[in-house]
Design a protein around this ligand. Sequence first.
Ligand SMILES: [Zn+2]
Ligand SMILES: [Zn+2]
Length: 145
Amino acid sequence: MSQSLTGTCLCASIHFTLPPTPPIKTMACYCHDCRKNSGGPYQTNAMYPASSVEISDTRSTLKSYTIHNTSSGSPKEKLFCGECGCMLFTKPGHYKGEMVVVKTGMLDGDGMERLGLQAELFTRDRPGFCRPLEGCKQIETMPGK
Ligand SMILES: [Zn+2]
Ligand SMILES: [Zn+2]
């Protein structure tokens, strides 16, 4: 990946640019929080060092909400646009703000496709009408559990 990927929320108040380096990991997640955040079966995520993602909040609409009762056990800050309601990033408390998890559906053009997906998390919560995604490592809950 040589070219930086960019994304916006629906109202385009929030813009972000990913570094040209590959993400630390990419994953689809079927956990309770991801399901509710997406309004569908799962969220697609890419993790980066927080310092490497450039976020521009042009109309100061970026809001945050901390989820305390998470499946991982550490609180998670979700960052979303207060104007159009799009879910953009999470900051898992486990990494003390050093990592940002980008919702890859917010990427422009073929960004989501270019990042791809390496793994599926919380497959035990995957609805019966969804099949495993091709080429994804299947993880029943979280990596290392
Ligand atoms: Zn917005
Ligand atoms: Zn999840």
